[in-house]
Design a binder for this molecule. Structure first.
Ligand SMILES: [Zn+2]
Length: 181
């Protein structure tokens, strides 16, 4: 039943599915995909995430949600409508990258400064199968790149030169609050 929503377990880095390249979604209208989308919405809201990818709940499919909203985890996140992103592609990127703080529901308690393209031209299907072509900038572009990495078996830790460049959430909170003050 697609009108029931379940809170799914979010897998942590080290689980093999998080290191796999996920498969394209071929059956957007299937009950399985509809239920997965409903469950991901429930799960990411519960976890105060700004995005979640299907592999994070053990489904190796090219599907993620973007759901930027300010929260305790991301105080400065813009409030945007939830987007269901299926079979995403990046067609063009800006030359420029910028550093920004990221966390990940699959790397609990860690934050790190990660370089991402400032602007990206993307395409994807939504949950009705409609194709979208968009240019994303700033934080939404960052979320898109972070979540697309999950579909390619990459967590933000793999984007660091050293795993030790990730800092504890508590340290981040102190630094971040000082920087934004
Ligand atoms: Zn993540």
């Amino acid at each position: 039943m697609s009108d029931s929503r379940n809170n799914l377990t979010i897998l942590q880095r080290g689980e093999p599915v998080l290191a796999q390249v996920a498969d394209a979604v071929t059956d957007i209208d299937s009950e399985k995909v509809k239920q997965l989308i409903a469950d991901l919405k429930q799960t990411v809201a519960e976890a105060n995430g700004v995005g979640i990818a299907a592999p994070q709940v053990g489904e190796s499919l090219r599907l993620f949600l973007m759901c930027s909203a300010p929260s305790e985890r991301y105080p400065d996140a813009p409030l945007l409508p939830i987007s269901v992103i299926i079979n995403p592609e990046i067609h063009q990127t800006s030359a420029q990258q910028e550093l920004g703080w990221e966390g990940c529901l699959s790397v609990k308690g860690k934050r790190a400064l990660i370089p991402r393209y400032t602007n990206i031209k993307v395409s994807y299907l939504d949950d009705t199968g409609t194709k979208h072509n968009k240019t994303l900038t700033g934080f939404p572009a960052r979320i898109f790149q972070h979540e697309l990495d999950h579909l390619d078996g990459i967590t933000f830790i793999e984007r660091l030169d050293n795993e030790s460049d990730a800092i504890d959430e508590q340290q981040w909170r102190e630094r971040y609050m000082n920087e934004s003050a």
